[in-house]
Design a protein around this ligand. Structure first.
Ligand code: HCA
Ligand code: CU
Length: 409
């Protein structure tokens, strides 16, 4: 759990999201943000990144960037521009290793290697569904082809991963036999994919635990979120001995997507705080998400971990009181780790006088406890009638305070 790696697949899985179309400049911008570029390297495509947004000139400072381990790109076989973009991104000199994701056959693998990638992610369906309705190959045929392709990619000095699509609906004996064979052939990683998002954390734990006893190579995992388990499954996989997690920014991908980078960070900063805070530049998460959200024309979900607009908003009086005394009482994550701040909402009938007291202090208004309690009652009365904005609450406080001063005079 403590030393996991991230394979950022916004530009592969994410491109399978309904709204996604990434032009070259957008792809480059995203990668600059999610990877770290070592500062000693030249910036061959500087022109591309400064095309429309000069502020990306500041990307020269590597500490600006998030720092994922790998970036996975759409197959260069998909289209001529995908091929060009793959080559372009390989030439950027990013610190993250560049992968491309191709079907497990020789032509695709050759095209991938031609792009200059650091690694090739091979995939082939192993469930009976996919063997019957997609490629029509038997497990024996899959193994034969896989071994040939793996040998070729390795001979080119390129990393190689072999993944079985729809792993959780594949026969366990088939799967383990295949993984064992490719491990013996020297793959860098095997991949387990919950392609349809039906796996539970316990299923994941069991499969990865078993696989951990069968292969010596790294284990990558890929979880779709159809049943809302993508983050929990990733966590389970790590507990069972997986080494790599596939993510995409905001979770974008086929259907409702995969494990979101941000939500995984929220999970893992709690599970493995030292590793995560040291390794990843959490403060750029929000910017990375905003970049992707705007590229695919969606909003960041209101309840998104970390960056949802209310992720660090405290409202009930009881919560506000404790938060003011010690934020950890009602926060598992310190927003400051992500460069964000908490917010105490005082504009409702469920607020409490400690929260109002804090606001009075912020506004520089001196009042006794009894006075703060009295103005709190007024705020609650008003909030019973209609929703209040922060300005409304402030003006109730101000006019109450002015009334007090008049009484003194
Ligand atoms: C797909 C393929 C894949 C591949 C995952 C992997 C999946 O789009 O169907 O390479 O491990 O979910 O199975 O994304
Ligand atoms: Cu997928």
């Amino acid at each position: 759990v403590n030393r996991f790696k991230i394979i950022e697949s916004t530009l592969r899985e994410g491109e399978q999201f309904a709204n996604a179309f990434f032009d070259t400049a957008t792809k480059v911008r995203m990668q600059r943000k999610s990877s770290v570029r070592p500062n000693h390297l030249p910036i061959p495509t500087f022109r591309l990144v400064t095309l429309r947004r000069p502020r990306f000139g500041t990307a020269c400072d590597p500490s600006d960037e998030f720092g994922v381990d790998y970036i996975e790109l759409t197959s260069p076989v998909s289209s001529p521009q995908s091929f060009e973009d793959c080559k372009t991104i390989c030439g950027l000199g990013l610190k993250a290793k560049i992968l491309t994701h191709v079907r497990c056959n020789m032509e695709d693998a050759k095209k991938a290697v031609e792009c200059g990638v650091d690694g090739v992610d091979l995939v082939i369906g192993t469930s009976s569904f996919l063997r019957e309705y997609s490629h029509g190959k038997s497990i024996q045929m899959i193994e034969k082809i896989a071994l040939e392709v793996i040998e070729y990619v390795k001979s080119q000095g390129v990393e190689v991963r072999f993944s079985s699509e729809d792993s959780f609906r594949s026969d366990l004996v088939d799967l383990l036999t295949l993984y064992k064979a490719v491990d013996n052939a020297g793959v860098n990683r095997v991949g387990v994919a919950d392609t349809v998002g039906g796996a539970t954390p316990r299923m994941v734990y069991d499969l990865i635990r078993t696989l951990r006893g069968v292969v010596g190579c790294d284990i990558e995992t890929h979880f779709h979120d159809d049943t809302g388990c993508a983050v929990a499954n990733a966590h389970s996989a790590l507990e069972a001995g997986a080494t790599h997690i596939d993510t995409s920014v905001l979770g974008i991908g086929e259907r409702n997507g995969i494990t979101p980078l941000g939500a995984l960070m929220a999970r893992m900063v709690v599970t493995a705080p030292q590793y995560v805070t040291k390794k990843y530049n959490l403060k750029v998460l929000k910017e990375v998400e905003e970049l992707v959200a705007s590229a695919v024309q969606v909003n960041i979900p209101f309840n998104n971990p970390i960056t949802g607009f209310c992720a660090f908003t405290h409202k009930a009086g009881i919560h506000a009181k404790a938060i003011l005394a010690n934020p950890s009482t009602y926060e598992i994550i310190d927003p400051a780790l992500f460069g964000l701040t908490r917010y105490i909402s005082i504009n409702s009938r469920i607020t409490g006088w400690n929260a109002i007291r804090a606001r009075c202090d912020q506004l520089g208004l001196t009042m006794t406890d009894d006075q703060v309690k009295e103005v709190t009652a007024k705020i609650k009365q008003m909030a019973d009638i209609r929703p209040l904005a922060i300005d409304d609450t402030d003006s109730i406080i101000h006019s109450y305070h002015m009334g007090l001063q008049k009484n003194v005079e």
